[in-house]
Design a protein around this ligand. Structure first.
Ligand code: FES
Length: 129
């Protein structure tokens, strides 16, 4: 049995409408995960690539979110029409899709971006604006 080359974790978390963080699967359809599963089946990649349902991956503001391990490739804003391209170009071709990539400095920032360096954007302690 060959070992897995990729695990595609697809966030299927659902929150109530109006939640400030939003969620990746508002209609609880798991349609994105199912699209990955079907695309993998069509290419007979099932033995080595899995598309797994994931709970919140904590990148909600950039969702729908997908992460591919062990390569640690984070994609955000993933739509159904992106699935075939992700399989063909990233899983098979080994290329990162820049238009979907969540930049490393945006991970775990709750969508706010990296902390600003001291002195940027805010007055330092004791300093008036
Ligand atoms: S709800 Fe999908 S990353 Fe949080």
């Amino acid at each position: 049995m060959p070992s897995f080359t990729h695990h595609i974790f697809v966030c299927c978390n659902r929150r109530e409408p109006g939640n400030v963080r939003g969620c990746c699967d508002p209609d609880a359809s798991e349609s994105l995960r199912m699209a990955f599963k079907m695309a993998l089946q069509r290419r007979n990649l099932g033995p080595t690539v899995r598309a797994n349902k994931a709970g919140c991956l904590d990148q909600c503001e950039q969702g729908p979110t997908v992460v591919i391990y062990p390569q640690q490739i984070w994609y955000g804003g993933v739509r159904l029409q992106d699935v075939e391209r992700i399989i063909d170009e990233t899983i098979i071709g080994g290329h990162v899709l820049d238009d979907l990539l969540i930049a490393g400095e945006m991970l775990n920032t709750k969508g706010k971006g990296p902390p600003q360096a001291a002195g940027e954007g805010e007055a330092a302690v004791g300093q008036t604006k």
